[in-house]
Design a binder for this molecule. Structure first.
Ligand code: IPM
Ligand code: MG
Length: 362
């Protein structure tokens, strides 16, 4: 019996379309092997949507996403849109997608692929064996808190304002996702905050401690965010699952990503209460290399694997995509971002062809 899934594709900007093409080919190929039929529908987001409609998240895009089984996003943004008013910037479209689909939990795994240890800027002994999952709160905190804006004060001076705010229920639900994630891993959870300075962070810590009572098998620790940033580069193996707020998670997930050598390797899953998820690489749109066949499509392919695993409950197909990635790396093929001496340089397209060939042999 063949299964049907409706996937909304949001290729976005920069290298987004090239890497989406590779991931779609891989999904078609794994689908053909596994009796899964994907119906793909493309929609506009980010700069591409601004050019076509003036709006970085057209209502039709949000509607198409809601009407699908999963969403695969590539990347948004580019220099030419950086100076537009905030409401019209590509990033606003992405944030609107997250809040519009209530994707409050962002899972960002950073694990070292043994083949790429030498691509990291850190020493082999520091990073070998690193396997971290950052659970980032995605629809609250300072990204969405009110008031926000630039206002005139009574003295006539301008004042820029953003607000870091969390309700108890927002903290509880992300904490539960994090505890459940940790339960499936090594049962170690580190909650990262700035409770020594911020009331909102003390509140975060208190609520996480409350929720911990429901998960007595998980060992909970707490760390201040500045220390966590330092510890991640000093001794990353001490971490398993990290849970943190939107802004801290944005920063720490980039650090965690770079431990692995290239941000071009890392996928992410954004999940909500409805079961509909958005799956996207952690990296950005890399406008400097867009359209030059230089992009690394592996994070996008691994995002497709996360979509199969977390979004569609097809863990075997997910594993096949992951295996294909490993096979190609074992064959010593590398895009520029993960290149090291003695490896075979390939472009995005060729990487895609090699992946499809590898998948056929699995
Ligand atoms: C990310 C990105 C986004 C964020 C930007 C593009 C709005 O950095 O997904 O980490 O800050 O969340
Ligand atoms: Mg970021």
């Amino acid at each position: 019996m063949s299964k049907n899934y409706r996937i909304t594709l949001l290729p976005g900007d920069g290298i987004g379309p090239e890497i989406t093409t590779v991931a779609v080919e891989m999904l078609k190929a794994v689908g053909a092997k596994s009796g899964i039929n994907f119906v793909f529908k493309e929609a506009l987001i980010g700069g591409a949507a601004i050019e076509a409609t003036g709006n970085p998240l057209p209502p039709e895009t949000l509607a198409a996403c809601k009407d699908s089984d999963a969403v695969m996003l590539a990347a948004i943004g580019g220099y030419q849109w950086d100076n537009l008013p905030r409401a019209q910037r590509p990033e606003t479209g992405l944030l609107g997608l997250r809040s519009g689909l209530e994707l409050f939990a962002n899972l960002r795994p950073a694990s070292i692929v043994p083949q790429l240890v030498d691509a990291s800027s850190l020493k082999r002994e520091v990073i070998e064996g690193v396997d971290i999952m950052v659970v980032r709160e995605l629809t609250g905190g300072i990204y969405f808190g009110q008031p926000r804006g630039v206002f005139s004060t009574e003295t006539g001076e301008q004042r820029g304002v953003n607000t870091m705010a969390y309700t108890g229920s927002e903290i509880d639900r992300i904490a539960r996702v994090a505890f459940e994630t940790a339960q499936k891993r090594t049962k170690k959870l580190c909650s990262v905050d700035k409770a020594n300075v911020l009331e909102v962070s003390q509140f975060w810590r208190d609520r996480v401690i409350e929720i911990a009572k429901e998960y007595s098998d998980v060992e909970l620790t707490h760390m201040y965010v500045d220390n966590a940033a330092m510890q991640l580069v000093r001794s990353p193996k001490q971490f398993d699952t990290i849970v943190t707020s939107n802004l801290f998670g944005d920063i720490l997930s980039d650090i965690a990503a770079m431990l692995t050598g290239s941000i071009g390797m890392l996928p992410s899953a954004s999940l909500g209460a409805s079961g509909l998820g958005v799956f996207e690489p952690v990296h950005g749109s890399a406008p400097d290399i867009a359209g030059q066949d230089k992009a690394n499509p592996l994070a996008q392919v691994l995002s497709a694997a996360m979509m199969l695993k977390y979004g569609l409950n097809e863990p075997e197909a997910a594993q096949q995509l992951e295996k294909a990635v490993i096979t190609v790396l074992d064959g010593n093929y590398r895009t520029g971002d993960i290149m090291s001496p003695g490896m075979n340089p390939v472009g995005c397209k060729q990487m895609g062809e090699l992946l499809v060939q590898a998948l056929a042999k699995i």
